[in-house]
Design a protein around this ligand. Structure first.
Ligand code: SF4
Length: 250
């Protein structure tokens, strides 16, 4: 990997090259070919990520696609993982779990549902169940692909299609950054992509079961996540925005 100024120039060049691009096939084709086994896709199994899985399965199914099983996912998400494995049988789908010793210690000290008690507790739970497994999944990669879209939340509106992820020291590629929610669902319908049944019950962004609920009509995409917290802080620590500090938004 490049470092320092040359990395910044490299990211700026890539960013300019793909600025404004909504052509996901072209973007993915470039990065999957260019980085080969050194790029991976982090899927939360959400609608956007299922779109990217469909593209990746068609372009290069040997790409590392991984998801994090936090141990607190809704049953519908587990069903979708199995459906996805059946639909894309060639897909290199890997599942990462938290380290059991971290979870056992946390639960012994603070209880199973610690996240409702304070933001600090919620950050701790997200760290052990999501961030630490993500760091393991990213180890050895030069870049990771995400399904972020700008319009999903206030913490994502400045996100670029190609960025340098300082926390993990690798490139971050966001091919759907210029897509709208309508674009996502149009693609899912046209390509019969499997999706989480909870989306049919007004769940827009789906995470862990105790921290996700349906969004009332007119609500924004991430209103159903950590609804008891301030709306400007609804990230789990997996994605740092340009304006916020890691874990501040977690
Ligand atoms: S979303 Fe909730 S249950 Fe899942 S890791 Fe974060 S705090 Fe824990």
């Amino acid at each position: 990997m490049k470092t320092g100024t040359s990395m910044k120039k490299y990211v700026d060049r890539l960013s300019q090259r793909f600025h404004g691009s909504r052509d996901v096939h072209v973007v993915l084709d470039y990065f999957l070919n260019h980085f080969g086994h050194k790029v991976g896709f982090a899927s939360s199994m959400g609608a956007e990520d299922q779109v990217l899985t469909d593209f990746i399965a068609k372009i290069n199914p040997q790409t590392k696609v991984f998801t994090l099983d936090t141990g607190r996912l809704p049953e519908e998400t587990y069903e979708l993982i199995d459906q996805t494995r059946s639909r894309y049988s060639e897909l290199n789908l890997q599942i990462y779990f938290p380290r059991h010793e971290n979870i056992e210690k946390m639960v012994a000290e603070k209880g199973l549902n610690l996240f409702y008690e304070s933001i600090e507790n919620r950050k701790l739970c997200c760290y052990y169940r999501k961030v630490e497994p993500l760091q393991r999944a990213l180890s050895g990669l030069d870049g990771w692909i995400t399904g972020l879209r700008r319009e999903q939340s206030v913490t994502r509106w400045q996100t670029r299609l190609v960025e340098f992820d300082e926390d993990n020291g690798i490139l971050k590629i966001n091919p759907l950054i210029y897509w709208t929610e309508d674009d996502v669902w149009k693609y899912i319908r046209q390509n019969r992509v499997p999706y989480n049944k909870l989306h049919n019950a007004n769940y827009s962004s789906i995470g862990c079961a105790p921290c996700t609920r349906a969004v009332p009509k007119g609500g924004s995409v991430r209103d159903g996540r950590w609804w008891w917290e301030n709306s400007g802080h609804k990230e789990c620590g997996l994605h740092r925005s340009n304006r916020e500090v890691f874990f501040e938004e977690a």
